[in-house]
Ligand binder design. Structure first.
Ligand code: NDP
Length: 296
């Protein structure tokens, strides 16, 4: 059986480190870090993520403000809120929760964000700095994956690393992070048009899956003794469960865990790390804004 990479435990360690730092700030008469969230509409997963952010902020001692809008919100109201948050010195960072209603342009919204407060790394300036290997806020999920790898002492240097999925929020930024000189992996990125997917995946020493396809990755995609990181998260109907569903990832866990060396479970793998890294970004923004250490 493989080693389980316990994202819940690693995230708890990060949150304890953050809570200790917040306490020290407060003991020195300084304000707590402040994270804001903008959300529009009634998407269940988005609402539950935002509720979780509010709860986790409270848990580490942060201030959290949520700006909640109806589905028919005007684009101008979202842009005005962003302007307000950009000007508010008491807010260190914010995220704009996706999906946004169709009348709101994601490009306009993203361009409005002050890169110094861009906790999700959506702004082109932050994305560009990420590509160049310069200092920037790292997108929470890829950052969470890297922290999982590092804190589990998994060496990436010279390793064949295959990423399944090329989204702007997971696959592409993760590829950039693994290519950088502190990671030194040999990176392949796959997508829905990749040919011979099984063969490409079977090369991987480290296989990272972010495709949004429940349990698609079976043991025949995985090399013996590989490390498997499952970013996917789904609720699928299951009449055998009291609530009528079960949570799973993009990887068929029971099968793959028998073949690989180490694996992240779902839930309890990458998910908690995303939240912990969002909190870490907020602390970084706090120090940059209050201690004179600014992003370029
Ligand atoms: P997207 O839908 O934006 O991207 C999916 C990617 O997977 C695309 O590049 C797509 O290819 C590729 N893909 C889809 N189907 C296949 C297939 N059959 N074979 C090969 N490639 C395929 O998804 P996200 O990156 O936003 O999310 C991926 C998963 O991660 C989802 O399950 C999501 O819920 C989860 N997630 C989890 C987070 C967490 O904190 N745990 C945070 C963010 C996401 P193409 O580009 O060609 O369409």
């Amino acid at each position: 059986m493989s080693t389980i990479i316990d994202g819940k435990e690693i995230a708890a360690t990060i949150k304890t480190e953050i809570a200790t730092e917040v306490k020290s700030l407060l003991d020195h008469g300084r304000p707590a870090p402040h994270l804001a969230v903008i959300i529009a509409g009634q998407d269940g997963a988005a609402l539950s993520y935002v509720n979780s952010i509010e709860k986790q902020c409270k848990g580490v001692g942060y201030i959290c403000s949520a700006y909640k809008f109806p589905e028919d919100v005007k684009e101008k109201d979202i842009l005005d809120t962003i302007d307000f948050l950009n000007r508010d010195d008491e807010v260190n960072g914010y995220i704009i929760q996706m999906p946004l209603p169709k009348q709101v342009s994601i490009d306009k919204v993203t361009a409005h964000v002050d890169p110094r407060k861009d906790m999700d790394c959506f702004h082109p300036a932050n994305m560009g700095n990420l590509l160049l290997g310069k200092e920037c806020f790292l997108p929470a999920t890829p950052h969470g994956v890297m922290e999982l790898i590092r804190r589990s002492n998994i060496d990436t240097t010279g390793k064949e690393c295959v990423i399944l999925g090329r989204s702007n929020i997971v696959g592409k930024p993760l590829a950039m992070l693994l290519l950088q000189k502190d990671a030194n992996a040999t990176v392949t990125v796959c997508h829905s048009r990749t040919k011979n997917l099984k063969r490409v995946c079977s090369r991987a020493d480290i296989l990272i899956v972010a495709i949004g396809q429940p349990e698609m990755i079976t043991e025949d995609y995985v090399k013996e003794k590989a490390t498997v990181i499952d970013v996917g998260i789904h609720r699928i109907p299951d009449v055998g469960q009291p609530n009528g569903y079960r949570v799973c990832g993009d990887v068929k866990y029971d099968e793959v865990s028998k073949k690989c060396e180490a694996i992240t479970p779902v839930p309890g793998g990458v998910g908690p790390m995303t939240m912990a890294c969002l909190l870490q970004n907020t602390m970084t923004a706090y120090h940059r804004q209050n201690d004179g250490n600014t992003l370029q």
